[in-house]
Ligand binder design. Structure first.
Ligand code: ADP
Ligand code: MG
Length: 238
């Protein structure tokens, strides 16, 4: 629903440069994977798009709107993290409803929206449980539901499936991809797993040491890597 433009984004932590002059355009409704090894700056870039980190320099646009100074809650982004952090003392229903409660949405509408999104993720029978009564895959579906319930323009995911076992990962992967296309949401998906990026993304941005080395379709980055590192990391070494 929105196009994201990153213009000359640099992020420093003290003297350390975590993001080094990042330029990237993510199209409306695109599924963009940020792929790179551990410590390459993927999460930092995602949190900068979310507004959790403010860039040291550079600008961020959602469509024509400069959001660089806009706090996270006013960017209409949905966030899903690796360690899905559900509220342990709240039932699934209340976990999903929470972002709407914050916005003072009327009760009836909350009820309707929570059930709608729970249905999409096949968790409508789990609404009365507590998070600890769920499997890992179910918990992650709840986290995705909570991110989607406020109908975000942008969905930001940080290695959301890396705690799941292989079979479940493939199942939730397909589900997530289907929902993203159905809802027409713009998604940025952080992963260090090249198979996941190749399977899910419309385009992949390969990151190393805070720099984007290459952006392209899975075919592009796999078959036409611009650097030895890119081919090697994607499993297609020269
Ligand atoms: P990735 O998600 O690709 O594993 P990160 O974006 O988490 O990488 O981190 C990139 C680099 O920035 C790492 O060297 C990390 O130690 C550093 N870094 C990340 N967040 C902070 C922070 N809040 N303070 C200081 N250094 C940080
Ligand atoms: Mg990370």
């Amino acid at each position: 629903m929105v196009k994201i433009i990153l213009k000359e984004i640099t992020k420093k932590f003290g003297d350390f440069t975590a993001l080094d002059n990042i330029n990237l355009k993510i199209d409306d409704r695109e599924f963009m994977a940020l792929l790179g090894p551990s410590g390459s700056g993927k999460s930092t870039l995602l949190y900068t798009i979310a507004g959790i980190y403010k860039p040291t320099s550079g600008r961020i646009y959602f469509d024509d709107r400069d959001v660089t100074e806009i706090p996270p809650k006013d960017r209409n982004v949905g966030l899903v993290f690796q360690n899905w952090a559900l509220y342990p003392h709240m039932k699934v229903f209340d976990n999903i409803a929470f972002p709407l409660e914050l916005r003072k949405v009327p009760k009836q509408e909350i009820e309707k929206k929570v059930r709608e999104v729970a249905k999409m993720l096949h968790i409508e029978n789990l609404l009365d449980r507590y998070p600890w009564q769920l499997s890992g895959g179910q918990q992650q579906r709840v986290a995705i539901a909570r991110a989607l319930v406020k109908e975000p323009d942008v969905l930001l995911l940080d290695e959301p499936l890396s705690n799941l076992d292989a079979l479940l990962r493939i199942e939730v992967r397909a589900e997530l991809k289907r929902l993203q296309k159905e809802l027409g949401i713009t998604a940025v998906y952080v992963t260090h797993d090249q198979a996941e990026a190749l399977a899910m993304a419309d385009r992949i941005a390969v990151i190393r040491e805070g720099k984007i080395l290459q952006v392209g379709t899975p075919d592009d980055v796999y078959y036409k890597p611009k650097y030895k590192f890119v081919g090697g990391f994607l499993g297609n070494p020269p």
